[in-house]
Design a protein around this ligand. Structure first.
Ligand SMILES: Cc1ncc(C[n+]2csc(CCO)c2C)c(N)n1
Length: 221
């Protein structure tokens, strides 16, 4: 069994909780309150600034030019395509790019990004990919699920988000990362695989906490 299949089987219940979170459900049926989405957009922008650095570190840790180039392309795609979505939403909410960049990260945004960067900096390329994969894989799955809801992709506010994350290009990026993790996991000891599984599990849990933090507008107490 591929390592990614093992992860998928073990984490299915948590994965389901992410999909069932009211933020995701309401995003899909179009009833999500605009202020919740606005809060999410700002925090997600700050998240992506840090997340991009994982791709830069991936290029540093890559063992061959093909992998290095792919990480460089992912870094470019995140900064220029994915974050363009956030900048366009921010403009609709009357938030400038400077305001976006200077916003204060919430405790969960800080905890999540710092955790991923810690694992990426201290571990091998396998640990780095285990940390970044749930974000890419999870969004692709959620994007596809929401896109299947009649009318969701045409929603005047949330349609753009759904169209971006359900697009085949995102599927390809996620697929590339899944294959990379499977390649890197091949031949590792059970103890090493268990470590990768823990990192993957933790970032999957952080994805849930990110939806929850956005739904409740959670900042410092
Ligand atoms: C909290 C949070 N988790 C995952 C993503 C999705 N995401 C982050 S980088 C990337 C791929 C390359 O652009 C994808 C799909 C997000 N935006 N915010």
């Amino acid at each position: 069994m591929k390592f990614s299949e093992r992860l998928q089987q073990k984490l299915r219940p948590i994965w389901r909780q992410n999909h069932d979170h009211p933020f995701v459900q309401e995003l899909g049926n179009g009833t999500l309150a605009k202020e919740k989405f606005r809060f999410y957009m700002i925090q997600d922008y700050l998240y992506l600034i840090e997340y991009s650095k994982l791709f830069a570190l991936g290029a540093v840790k890559a063992a061959d030019l093909g992998t290095m180039g792919k990480f460089a392309a992912l870094l470019h795609a995140t900064l220029h395509d994915e974050m363009a979505l956030h900048r366009s939403y921010a403009a609709r909410f009357g938030i400038s790019e400077d305001e976006l960049e200077e916003a204060e990260p919430s405790p969960i945004t800080l905890a999540y990004t710092h955790y991923m960067l810690h694992e990426a900096q201290n571990g091998s390329l396998a640990e780095l990919v285990a940390a970044l994969l749930p974000c890419m894989w999870g969004y692709w799955e959620i994007g596809k699920e929401l896109n299947a809801i009649p009318g969701a992709a045409e929603h005047e506010l949330y349609g753009e988000w759904i169209r971006m994350y359900s697009s085949p290009e995102y599927g390809e990026l996620a697929g590339w990362c899944i294959d990379l993790l499977d390649t890197l996991a091949a031949g590792k000891t059970e103890a090493e695989l268990a470590k990768l599984e823990t990192i993957f599990l933790n970032t999957t849990r952080f994805e849930y906490m990110f939806w929850d933090m956005s739904y409740h507008g959670q900042m410092w107490p």
